[in-house]
Design a protein around this ligand. Sequence first.
Ligand code: 5GP
Ligand code: SF4
Ligand code: MG
Length: 456
Amino acid sequence: CGIFGVYGHKDAAALTQLGLYSLQHRGQESAGIVAVDDIGHARVSRAMGLVSEGFADDEMAVLQGPIAIGHTRYSTAGSSAIENAQPVLARVRRSHIALAHNGNLTNAVELRRALEDDGAIFSSTMDSEVIVHRIARATGDTPEAKVAEALQGVEGAYCLLVVLDETVIVARDPHGWRPLVMGRLADSIVFASETCALDIVGAVVEREIQPGEIVAVDSHGIRSLRALESAPLNRCVFEHVYFARPDSKVFGGSVDRSRRALGRQLARECPAIGAEVVFAVPDSSNSAALGFAEESGIPYELALIRNHYVGRTFIQPTQSGRNAKVKVKYNPVREIIEGKKVVMVDDSIVRGTTTRGLVSLVRAAGAKEVHMRVSSAPIISPCYYGIDTPRREELIAAQMTHEELVRHLGVDSLGYLSIDGMLSAMPEGPSGYCHACFSGRYPTATPADPELLRAG
Ligand code: 5GP
Ligand code: SF4
Ligand code: MG
């Protein structure tokens, strides 16, 4: 998911809408904005689908006031419902709590059961709603103390934007799985999942919200609180591999730079000797394919053209929907491919559906040999920290040996980056990263029943 918030700007909701446009890649299922006006009235607008479809002019006109937070939601099948769209807005004792969450709690089922036993009523199947209830029950004497209290015992991944009355509070879990940055736009404070969303509103990046940090902003100023128990750093390596935008800085480093480093490392680990052309599967692997071309000296070409009016294929809830979509989404350029030994670079293989479809398209366009290179390690385990990878049974690299995969995908050769090679391309070096979906080594306990609650 993507989250964006503004404190102290007369056009807070309009800026938030702009910010959400830049965070659309982090979630296309639904989008929402909560705005709080000068006299403390909170209003919400949420809709299924894209940001561009979600907010009619008359709705935006209603979202008045100097405070706004927004959310783009990302998830796979099963939970596509407006009741799960965010931000959540709850009315409590003449005030309000609004919340937008990026991440996935690992003990939400237990926390929810405890709240339900205590009489709480839930209106969604989201893990995030648990936090709203806990904030409503917190007794701390400042807004940030309430949030800190609510987060004691909450496990898993969260970057949160909360509005309590007229205070904006942000929090990042102590493991730091998901990114969150703070920026300034004149006298206003802006928060966003990625720096590309600060760019679009003209805000200057101030700093990252630190893992385990809670920051509150209101008429009394900005306060930072360190009340959460510290934990080992587990930033998500997949943010750099796939999820974030290359024009963002994430975890202190440029995503474009890390993706190029991934591509260069891939060319060193799995060269494609004798290949004549390198191309990306646009857009997520463009930078990695450039890195591969730079390192290998093989010319870079734009051999696959992507139809930009089709969303990310992975979002399709059914397998048959995904198959049909590969052809709708990509078309090869025969003039580049015909009679050539080609290297196709992608950032990751999840189910293998896209890859398999693409290989057959590239062969049909006359490729002599197809060498697949992947700028991450094989994905063999689900993510429980906010990326909605499918269950292990659907992860193709968990189900097949290397030889079986080569045959299944229809490639002449297949090369994945090693886990160490992948980590070596991260900003500030290889330590402090989560790689559980690649290594199967989870840094924390995993949820008892991951199917029960959906990620925020
Ligand atoms: P596959 O061959 O596994 O069907 O698809 C691989 C493609 O899916 C790659 O191009 C990769 O960029 C993309 N991909 C990897 N992870 C995700 C994800 O979590 N969501 C979406 N929408 N696409 C993903
Ligand atoms: Fe990121 Fe994978 Fe860890 Fe999930 S399991 S947080 S996708 S590295
Ligand atoms: Mg891709």
